[in-house]
Design a protein around this ligand. Structure first.
Ligand code: 5HY
Length: 243
């Protein structure tokens, strides 16, 4: 099978990191295709960034459909454009936030999220409500690190992340931690060892969920609100989306 992993931001080093993480956990007969939009924010750290990046996600989904992808992963913790993306395909589309939430509830009764900037915590909280996980999550914590600090080898991102995870482990009454950024995908094993508790990140979680759905013959339902969009003209910059 072929899984298209989309990094919704436009930072190639993060796209490469996300692709490597996905490939590392993929089954032997799974091919990982990773991409990022041609245009959009270099990092997604606000409602505005999410809205702009969602268009790029949809353009990548359209490209994936032309390539015959079997599943899609939206590798940004805001899951930008998730439901709109599902309208465009019969394949499964999984966001890394929902993947992380689902897996954490299978191994713990309560989890906390540790993400980047404090201002993005509300985005994770909105998703907890939207997906029905609010009661399982004790707290959405933030390191207040800008997303691209995760790409700075000379920075202290790992230590800041480890310290916030330690606070969560010691104070939140949880059994697992969900990492709140696609750019943290390469830190899971190290954090798990340093913390001595399960740390889940959404890219690898989403790859295994996508493989399971494809193997079970399950894809996005076209009965109801996730049916293909009604044909209509589009004008202006989106004219080529019309039919
Ligand atoms: C992400 N932003 O996963 C989110 C993290 C966040 O560019 N990739 C980004 O803070 O929402």
């Amino acid at each position: 099978m072929r899984i298209h992993v989309i990094n919704p931001n436009t930072t190639a080093s993060m796209t490469d990191k996300i692709g490597a993480c996905a490939s590392r956990v993929a089954a032997g007969n799974t091919q990982i295709h990773v991409s990022q939009p041609d245009s959009g924010p270099v990092s997604i750290e606000s409602h505005f960034d999410e809205a702009i990046s969602a268009v790029g996600v949809l353009e990548e989904i359209r490209r994936g459909e032309a390539m015959g992808m079997d599943a899609y992963i939206i590798a940004c913790f805001g899951d930008p454009g998730l439901l709109a993306a599902r309208e465009l395909t019969r394949a499964p589309v999984i966001g890394i936030a929902e993947a992380g939430f689902h897996l954490s509830t299978l191994i713990s009764t309560r989890f906390s999220v540790v993400t980047t900037l404090q201002r993005t915590a509300i985005i994770a909280e909105h998703l907890l409500d939207q997906y029905g996980f609010r009661d399982h999550c004790r707290r959405v914590r933030a390191t207040d690190l800008p997303v691209l600090e995760l790409e700075n080898p000379a920075g202290n991102a790992y230590q800041a992340l480890l310290e916030e995870c330690r606070q969560a482990k010691d104070n939140d009454g949880i059994g697992a931690i969900v990492l709140g950024c696609g750019g943290m995908a390469d830190l899971t094993e190290r954090l798990t060892l340093d913390l001595g508790m399960p740390v889940i990140e959404g890219v690898s979680a989403a790859v295994k969920l996508a493989e399971s759905l494809v193997l079970l013959g399950l894809g996005t339902s076209k009965h109801g609100d996730l049916a293909f969009p009604r044909p209509k003209p589009f004008v202006g910059r989106f004219a080529d989306w019309g039919n």
